[in-house]
Design a protein around this ligand. Sequence first.
Ligand code: DGJ
Length: 746
Amino acid sequence: MITYYENERLFKLDTPNTSYLIGIVDEENFVGHIYYGKRLLDAEASYLLRTQELPYVPSKNNRERGAFYDTFPFEYPTGGVGDYRESCLSIRTESGHAGSMLSYVSHEIMAGKPGLAGLPATFGSDKECETLKLVCEDVYVGMQVELLYTAFSDVDVITRSVRVVNKGKEPFYLTKVYSACLDMDNRDYDMITLHGSWARERHIQRKPLGYGIQRTSSFRGESSHQEHPFLALVDRHTTQEQGEVYAMNFVYSGNFCAQAEVSQFDFVRMSMGIHQENFCWKLSPGEDFQAPEVVMVYTDQGLDAMTGTFHSLYRKHLLQGKYKDKKRPILINNWEATYFDFDTKKLLAIAREASALGIEMLVMDDGWFGNRSFDGCALGDWFVNEEKIDGGLAHLVEEVNKLGMKFGIWFEPEMISPDSALYREHPDWAIAIPGRPGTQSRQQYVLDLSRKEVVDCIYGMMSAVLRSANIEYVKWDMNRQLTDIGSAALPPDRQGELYHRYVIAVYEMQNRLIHDFPDLLLENCSGGGARFDPGMLYYSPQIWCSDDADAVERLAIQEGTALLYPLSTMGAHVSDCPNHIVGRVTPFHTRAAVALAGTFGYELDVTKIAREEREEIPRQVALYHKYNDLVREGAYYRIASYSQNHHYDCWQVVSEDKRESLVTFVQVMTRANHKSRRILLKGLDEKRRYRIYVEGQKPEREDGELVYSGDTLMKAGILVPDMLGDFQAKLIHLVAEESEKKGQVE
Ligand code: DGJ
């Protein structure tokens, strides 16, 4: 997979369908990026480094060293000595200077993939991947930089990360450390990013790449509702089915920057890493800094192929724990049912009704602790409010268990309310700038998790609650972003480390949680979906996608989320109507059809909804059990996007053996005098014949509606009849004929 060509001083990294070439250049051992793209049979492309063109290399033309720096395609560009494109690494020495330049020193090629100290990262066995460590240095600073590349053998993925070590005698400061860079020729690319807001997360945006820097980023202390740590450059003609895609996704949950810069020579520099804002990490002699991982995907087969690669990687090489590839219990969460107004009696009434309908777990959301009667108090007081939970938590859980249901609980461990016992005792535990009133958000502050005593105290309270009863699920929430970056415990020259130390502490806490409670199902959440990223997925196999569970709003949110993340990771529920966020009324079956594309559950008061809806729940539960293996494990294809066509949305999942497929079609807006809609299916076996069933519709013939070959279904498509009314959904099930005969399905 990874080969070093000694004479050519060239590294070639191969995945099944891609190659990545790195060259060492000139007497000063500059590390250049030669090629990333379709797999090459040989390793002869170093002419792409253009060292035979003016300004050549410094040993031949030192007079124009600056021009060399400003044009050479660097693997990991540094700043301050002549490359005016944005660098990946900036430093400041004790004397206040900033220039640096890296030279190759040595390398190591190893089987497998080393972990990254304190950080989440993809993993793989010695057979599944190989890693290249390139050791570089700047002797003037006394800095060693290790560039780490892993090539996978079962997915077209190369991951990158960077470790910086102070090998000198003086401290220096890292003021920027990105994790990956791709210097390429610009070929008329479009840029795809994910944007949003609270309740409107991860909408896909595509726009032409122009000259200069185009960036998506967050310095909110989390990956955020607003932007997403993902960037793809795609050929202007790339579609779902064909065309080139270069994609990067950051395995990190804090501040990030992802950008593309088109230079004067029509070169493009694509880079990704921790955002520079308020970042300054002091490295004393002997200390090191580990930057998080970037996942890189290249394909020439369009966006469906990119999505498939990310899904395979994350399913196999990122998700962990008992539930990684298991069906999750269908849950009912009391948030939209009761908000803060609940007690044991109300929760048990919901649980009783829910269990009779086939729902498998009750989740008690915000409001069960301290004197929390509204969202402005008690965060940090993680002890059960026995006025509300009368009889105690263990009693409530036992009663729920007696109904045959599991029990789950909500925490917001990273926060502190000014009105809390914890704050009254430890006001300095909140992140704040000394002498400056802190900015409140949802009337709360963020805890300074860079302090071990804070982490230990909160974790101690949490784990005591979890040990006090049979709790099988935790929803870990985070309802505000970071401001007033200051720690009462860090010295002045380390205040710039707080943002990153905070993220590492969250990882450490979640790591403790999943190791101390290995059977727990952990669902991350951040005011909806503000921290839905690969970093969090390393700890929790599912993340709440958005506070907006309106079936129509969810189409764009889930489309953008599923562009990168497996459907098994998307927290999706059937919620109340009129929808609490947008006030829209959608049919119960449509809400279920959309939620079935994720983890599935309910977020409503099942004792209060209309009888017809309640009666529909057992059928929806049955649909979940029928299709969840397929949804969780199948290949996902985007057929049509409501965000683009403004009429309908359609996606498809296909089992690995291609014997079964589920198509979800949502007609958002109906149209007068309209014919049926023709959609082309994907991913089927062209030679198999598939019988087609429409859920909830009696087949015209006893043995299913229609039988067509995969070839016809993919090339000619199927016709979906126009439906009466807005917000209608259909689930179309395809079963290969011989599977039915063998009784494998249905
Ligand atoms: C935000 C979450 O996304 C909601 O589901 C709910 O848990 C609230 N926080 C509770 O405060």
